[in-house]
Design a protein around this ligand. Structure first.
Ligand code: DGT
Length: 225
């Protein structure tokens, strides 16, 4: 796999940090599995299990069942768990994170605001926290990998995986999130990007996508080694 990454030495006091972004069902977990066993890569999957059990409360389920009531609570907790991921200390030279505090703010909170689920005062509080966090903590990123999909493809995948909390996920919700990801990472017309973006075609099936993973490995090697 990324056999040459071992050439990357401990000259990096801070790991080369990559965030993996993309719509729900775009294949972020599969992408991370590709790198999981490499000794030089620290893989930090999304803390979904924490969201399912915050002192016994399933915030992910609460959010989908009653977003008007619970989305502020859920986004507050997501922001905290993302900060924990960004600041996680590793001695490995490369750190891969599934999603980030940035997509939580620029895609999810934004979608909830635009659809009227979160109201302006709630968004302002989340935004003040967000601005404080990104200026006072080191949440810097060296590369964004954008797993680009079409909403129809990820909708099929979400239906197939049949995660119990996601029964209410609609094609429209995935289209909203798709447009926000696209404007942020592909067209670059909204918000700012914390690093250069590498876009992969994540509509491809499991076999074909390996070539896309290889592109990413090559890119990682070219920028780090
Ligand atoms: P993958 O491997 O690309 O299929 O990734 P997923 O779909 O397992 O992971 P992800 O991040 O797209 O989402 C897991 C669940 O958590 C999904 O129902 C969407 C939800 N989620 C993730 N981040 C946020 C967020 O910031 N806000 C809200 N409201 N939901 C989020």
């Amino acid at each position: 796999m990324i056999r040459h990454i071992s050439r990357i030495s401990s000259q990096f006091s801070k790991p080369f940090t990559v965030i993996i972004e993309g719509n729900i069902g775009s294949g972020k977990s599969t992408f991370l599995q590709h790198f999981e066993n490499h000794k030089d890569v620290c893989v930090l999957s999304e803390p979904v299990e924490m969201w399912r059990n915050c002192a016994g409360h399933n915030l992910l389920a609460n959010h989908y069942e009653n977003p008007v009531k619970w989305s502020f609570t859920f986004q507050s907790y997501i922001q905290l768990t993302m900060l924990q991921r960004h600041t996680f200390v590793t001695s490995k030279p490369i750190k891969l994170l599934e999603r980030s505090i940035f997509s939580a703010r620029y895609c999810f909170i934004e979608q909830l605001f635009r659809r009227g689920t979160l109201e302006a005062p709630s968004v302002s509080v989340l935004n003040e926290w967000f601005k404080y966090v990104i200026t006072k903590f080191d949440v810097s990123v060296d590369l964004i990998v954008y797993l680009r999909t079409s909403p129809e493809v990820v909708y099929e995948r979400v239906l197939t995986r049949n995660r119990k909390e996601e029964q209410s996920v609609s094609l429209q919700y995935l289209k909203d999130l798709h447009d926000l990801h696209e404007n942020w990472l592909f067209h670059k017309t909204a918000f700012s990007r914390p690093a250069h973006v590498l876009t992969l075609n994540a509509d491809l099936g499991r076999l074909a996508i390996r070539e896309e993973y290889q592109k990413c490995e090559d890119h990682l090697l070219s920028v780090t080694g």
